[in-house]
Design a protein around this ligand. Structure first.
Ligand code: UD1
Ligand code: CA
Length: 454
């Protein structure tokens, strides 16, 4: 990427406080691994791919980042200062260097930009992002001199007992003068409460002013060290996402009970009803009505789609599709425009043509269904014979009567009819009527001859 200011994201810590087998920066936030937020925001602010410091031998973070960042390894987690020292000579820029943490996903690109701009506005050794969060526990505190310049950052565990605790906290975002930074890192010691090489100690080793920029939004300073903070960050991110969608013309009946991942797109004049979750890469068109209590994951939908309390996953819906209550639409399903699913219908790995109706309690699995088909209530495609899955083909304008069993592989030809309650395990020619059931016969006078009931 371009040749903007260099940036380094520290992400090689052990994340012990998460108590997790998964690296901290890979925990999902707003539906994606949380390190991606720092990477995206830094790229947007600098116009270049950042260097990301990852633990030695890690492949999960490296694979996730691919070529959006240059990964370098820290030998062992000896502290944030040591992490920055792991950046090899060839990647050490002498100009301004932006440093941030992989566990700080709420800092916006504009905020990184503000810190970079402030740094460029007058000669200085370093510019820091500071904040006054509601809960400052665990944060480094900022000590200023009488003129307001930053003298040092003291970690909470190293604060002198009995003295007033400064309120301003270190957000972990720094712009350093590269010419001073790299030599200063070699002078870091580890004589502190945690026995680590603190990046924060570099501040006091620099020559020239160190200035602070106050975060305009205190939430930005919330880092993620444990799962309480993960949940807090999730709430902040979700609120940002929903507010942005509301400003773009989407109605949320009850934002407090609506869970929307960060990358979800919803068209204008759509209405999202209470207790609905929109996850992953979900993209909905205009004038849709979703919920209440719908859960959509990776769903692409056109305009005017109506979904009741239903679960949909990895599927594509054309315009004007209607999905009734308690339906389940499973992966690899395409419902063309105007398709209607009744109540309690299930569709999986199937294509359904325009204007087709699949009624209540039907189960359409591994099927290719044409246009303007009517599938009566309770119809099931039997896709599995105990060994393999087979497909059912239902051509255009077929009428399938209620409670039909279709044993795959089977094909219903164009315009054919199937009588209600049929068992169909042979193909039906186009235009034919298939009746696959035993005939009803009535036994006259049976009730009168029935033995008396106790
Ligand atoms: C750090 C700051 C603190 C600041 C806070 C902001 C230090 C010493 N403290 O504390 O002043 O208020 O962030 O949220 O810098 N990391 C490595 N290698 C290591 C250790 C950490 O790459 O050896 C990475 C972590 O993956 C993490 C980041 O550096 O992304 C910060 O480390 P963490 O241990 O979370 O520091 P905090 O205790 O939050
Ligand atoms: Ca942290």
């Amino acid at each position: 990427m371009g040749d903007g200011p260099h940036a380094v994201i520290l992400a090689a810590g052990q994340g012990k406080r998460m108590r997790s087998a998964l690296p901290k920066v890979l925990h999902p936030l707003g539906g994606r691994p949380l390190i991606l937020y720092a990477v995206d925001a830094v790229r947007a602010a600098t116009g270049s791919a950042p260097v990301v410091v990852i633990p030695r031998g890690d492949s999960a973070v490296r694979d996730l980042l691919g070529d959006v960042a240059t990964c370098v390894e820290q030998e062992s987690a000896l502290g944030t200062g040591d992490a920055l020292r792991s950046v090899p000579e060839a990647l050490r820029d002498r100009g301004p260097v932006l440093v941030t943490h992989g566990d700080a996903p709420l800092i916006r690109a504009e905020t990184f930009q503000r810190v970079l701009d402030a740094h460029a506005s007058s000669p200085r050794a370093c510019t820091l992002l500071l904040g006054v969060p509601a809960d400052p526990s665990g944060k480094g505190r900022v000590i200023r001199d009488a003129d307001g310049h930053v003298l040092s950052i003291v970690e909470e565990a190293d604060l002198p007992p009995g003295e007033p605790v400064p309120m301003e906290c270190n957000a972990g975002v720094y712009v350093f003068d590269g010419a001073q930074l790299w030599p200063a890192l070699d002078r870091l010691g580890s004589a502190n409460a945690q026995g680590e090489y603190y990046l924060t100690d570099v501040v006091a080793l620099l020559t020239g002013p160190v200035e602070g920029v106050i975060a305009s939004d205190p939430d930005e300073v919330l880092g993620i060290n444990d799962r309480r903070q993960l949940a807090a960050a999730e709430a902040v991110l979700r609120r940002r996402t929903v507010e942005a969608l509301m400003l773009a013309g989407v109605t949320f009946e009850d934002p407090a009970t609506t869970y929307v991942d960060a990358q979800v797109v919803v068209g204008r004049d759509s209405v999202i009803r209470a207790m609905t979750s929109l996850h992953g890469a979900t993209r909905l068109g205009a004038e849709c009505e979703i919920g209440p209590m719908a859960v959509l994951t990776d769903v692409r939908a056109g305009d005017r789609v109506v979904v009741g309390p239903a679960h949909l996953e990895q599927c594509e819906l054309g315009d004007d599709v209607r999905v009734g209550s308690y339906c389940r639409v499973r992966p690899n399903t395409v419902l063309a425009s105007g398709v209607e699913l009744g109540t309690h219908a299930e569709v999986k790995h199937s294509t359904v043509g325009a204007g087709t109706r699949i009624s209540h309690f039907s189960c359409v699995l591994d099927s290719d269904v044409g246009e303007a088909v009517n599938i009566g209530a309770g119809t099931v495609t039997c896709n599995y014979d105990g060994e393999a899955k087979h497909r059912t083909t239902i051509e255009d304008r077929v009428f399938v009567g209620t409670n039909t069993t279709l044993v795959a592989p089977v094909r219903l030809g164009e315009g054919s009819y199937v009588g209600a309650g049929s068992f169909v395990d042979h193909d039906v020619p186009a235009g034919a009527l298939a009746v696959g059931r035993s005939r009803q016969h009535n036994i006259e006078g049976w009730a009168a001859r029935r033995p008396p009931q106790p």
